[in-house]
Design a protein around this ligand. Sequence first.
Ligand code: LMR
Length: 337
Amino acid sequence: MLGLSAVLALSACGGARSSGSGGGGGEDQTFTIKFSHVVAPKTPKGQAAEKFKELVEEKSDGKITVDVFPNSELYGDKDELQALQSNSVQVLAPASAKFTTLAPALQVLDLPFLFDSVDDIPKVVSPDTPAGKAIFENQALADNNIKVLGLWDNGLKQLSSNTEMRTPADLQGLSFRIQPSDVLAAQFSAWGANSTPLAFSEVFNALQQGVIDGQENPYSNIESQNMHTVQTNITESNHGYIGYVLVINNDFLNSLPDDLQQVVQDSADEASDYNRKIAAQLNQDAKKTIEDAGTTQILKLTDQERQAFKDAVVPAVWDQYRDVIDSDLIDSLLAQK
Ligand code: LMR
């Protein structure tokens, strides 16, 4: 006999198909997509998730409902990819680093100093670029029943802590929270710092309680999680990128009628365009909010100071992960620099 929790788990799995005309998949069958993510609704990912919902519901004439769960309220970093594979949620948009165990090659987007400015992002992170194709065609994702629908930006990461950080030497001995990515651990280690992987939902408390000294994120994530209220210093280093891989449970997608599968992909494409239009501005707005709060000194590195951080990790960290990411891809990205 099935225990109660097993019955609940089974019914949750079936929840994607909320109602139907009875087995045969008739015209009036309706579907529900649960879309879980870990950030605040006002961030570039949060806003794009809302746009995706709006587009899918409109284009499907209400045949698909999208329920968005922000702020790790349904699933967090530790269980969302499992929930996707078991079809407990249908859509996610985790940052590339969150795929490290499942699809380590996605760490390509975590390479330090992949970009010098936000304007360079589309040249590297778009569906038709070598890095974009490597993500869309990633075999490990396909083997795990995960299909890529799009690439979304947050933006460039800044360093925060309670210490002025002008040179890599200033980071020595500090402990930084990282996403669970080996590339990110190597980056901090090259700067002489320690790093600890922690779920995004745990970062504010860990900073507040001094469990860690600092962290790295774009302004929109720092501000919307109130991290600046417990960090006296931000260094505007623009040293790395947070990009998201919009993914769907492939079996769920294939269970939709063809026209609705097209609706999902078209909506993902439009939501991706929308995300790219708003991301940089949302980060600028968040920076302004932090400045206005007056809690945190923002230090803008000179080109020379930034170069010192860069020289410590490029190409050393890139070379270290050639085998994991793909040596030819690393060469083509280095050539673009
Ligand atoms: C983080 O964990 O710092 C980010 O990946 C959170 C996010 O999704 O932007």
